[in-house]
Design a protein around this ligand. Structure first.
Ligand code: G6P
Length: 467
């Protein structure tokens, strides 16, 4: 395969290792199966250090990590990417906290990665992932001119996060030059049509672009196609993992400890976009009305702990959980089992299957693969119910879920109560609708749709040249 995939975080492919975030977990099987080259940052030890660059085999593909200077990496990752772009893209511009140096380092790292990619100049298609690399396509084009290298490649970009309304994007420092840079990509993919439309609204005539048929942006002689590619999961793999994991010691001891009681599950990185505090408050409200109706297993994986907003949230949520457990708990019953650690996909699948309610209630989320994984891991003969935020991209596809407004704590508690008492018939018919969708549009299909679109653009360019 002639494809180079680029993302900040990469994964080495052990299904028994904990995964951080949906992107690396999602890309891993498709890189392994397709034989693509996957380029990313070296391991980021949480102490802040970067390990050395390396080249490794990954299934039929290859994993290449690049040497990145530590002095820029921290300002790029902690700074501009996660303290300016992430809050803006998740409609929290009030949390932007950066300096000009952070932006400078973000651009530097993008330029250094572009330089590192020149070793693959003979590959024809490049696919860049996520907000860490908005200007990477532009940096590649710049190198092409400066070094007089004839790179015939087509470069596409996929955004895993939401893209908010133009008014929010305008709060982002350097938004004009960043979005100008994004237009060096020939294909930009979004998770939902709403995000695509928000992008088009920003880059319209005020920005000096022409929009053709709501999908192609023309500006200064360049054309960028915008498409919608909702990321999927490997539904069959999750089903298989979940059957196997029933006998995993952690899963079976959890099941035994429930003493026949019902379990809800939440699985999130501790991030302000995930709505963890409102979720805990919704259960608090539920237990005030219906004591012991269900317990909650909340897996809350620490994330980006070097950033103050994340550290503050970690202690805030832990305090809230402690308080709720004190008020509703008893010697023989713990309302919230709170785990601050990551779990492997194979164990998670068993936990999903054990839980009769999946609660996925982010305030804002590009897609949210936990929602899809929860559905895929259910027992077809006795499936659980998915309670899903209407502000997750997954809500556009999973029409069998009970949709909630994650800001409305009382409503959430009533919907969870409805999920607990839903009839087996309704649970099955809702689940069947969702699993059909997940089986019909898998992660493999998502990957191949995007690559085919890139290849079509490449073919059009080649044909255009030969005319
Ligand atoms: C989200 C982002 C990914 C990121 C993941 C984990 O899913 O879209 O790009 O890798 O969070 O975050 P981290 O900062 O730990 O890579």
């Amino acid at each position: 395969m002639d494809l180079v995939v680029v993302s900040n975080r990469v994964s080495r492919g052990n299904p028994n290792e904990p995964m951080t975030g949906g992107l690396a977990a999602a890309l891993l099987p498709v890189v392994e199966q397709s034989g693509a080259i996957w380029v990313g940052s070296p391991d980021q030890a949480d102490s802040g250090g970067l390990k050395e660059s390396s080249v490794e085999k990954l299934g039929r593909g290859k994993l290449v990590t690049l040497d990145l200077p530590a002095e820029h990496f921290s300002r790029y990752y902690k700074g501009f990417a996660n303290s300016a772009l992430w809050p803006t893209l998740h409609s929290r511009p009030d949390l932007i906290d950066i300096s000009d140096l952070d932006y400078f380092s973000y651009r530097e790292i993008n330029a250094i990665v572009a330089d590192g990619l020149l070793q693959f100049r003979n590959h024809t298609t490049f696919w860049v992932h996520d907000y860490h690399f908005l200007p990477l396509g532009a940096e590649l084009r710049k190198l092409e001119i400066e070094r007089k290298v004839d790179i015939k490649k087509t470069v596409g970009f996929f955004l895993h996060t939401p893209w908010p309304k133009p008014a929010t994007i305008r709060c982002l420092p350097y938004h004009v030059e960043l979005i100008e840079a994004m237009l060096a990509y020939e294909l930009i993919g979004f998770q939902t049509d709403e995000y695509r439309q928000n992008f088009i609204d920003y880059v319209g005539p005020d920005f000096g672009s022409m929009i053709e048929n709501s999908v192609v942006i023309s500006r200064c002689g360049r054309r960028t196609r915008c498409g919608v590619f909702p990321i999927g999961v490997d539904a069959d793999k999750f089903a298989q993992y979940s059957e196997q994991a029933v006998s995993h010691p952690f899963v079976s001891s959890l099941r035994n400890s429930l003493n026949g009681g019902k379990l809800a599950i939440g699985v999130d990185r501790i991030d302000y976009s995930k709505g963890l505090d409102n979720r805990v408050k919704a259960f608090d409200h539920l237990w005030a009305e219906q004591p012991r109706s269900i317990s909650l297993l909340q897996i809350a994986t620490p994330s980006r702990s070097d950033i103050k907003a994340y550290r503050d949230l970690q202690s805030f949520v832990a305090d809230l959980v402690r308080d709720v457990n004190l008020r509703h708990g008893a010697k023989d019953w713990t309302p919230i089992r709170y785990h601050n650690e990551g779990f492997s996909q194979s164990v998670l699948a068993g936990l999903y299957r054990t839980a009769k309610v999946g609660v996925v209630t982010p305030l804002c989320d590009g897609m949210n693969l936990v929602a899809k994984e929860y559905v895929a891991a259910q027992d077809p003969n006795n499936p659980g119910v998915l309670v899903l935020s209407k502000f997750a991209g997954a809500a556009k596809e999973l029409d069998g879920a009970l949709l909630v407004d994650p800001y409305d704590i009382e409503e959430m508690s009533h919907v969870i109560s409805r999920a607990i008492s839903m009839s087996p018939y309704e649970r099955s018919s809702r689940w069947n609708r969702m699993i059909e969708r997940l089986r019909g549009y898998t992660i493999q299909q998502w990957f191949s749709d995007f690559v085919v679109e890139l290849e079509n653009i490449q073919a059009e360019k080649t044909a255009g040249k030969s005319i």
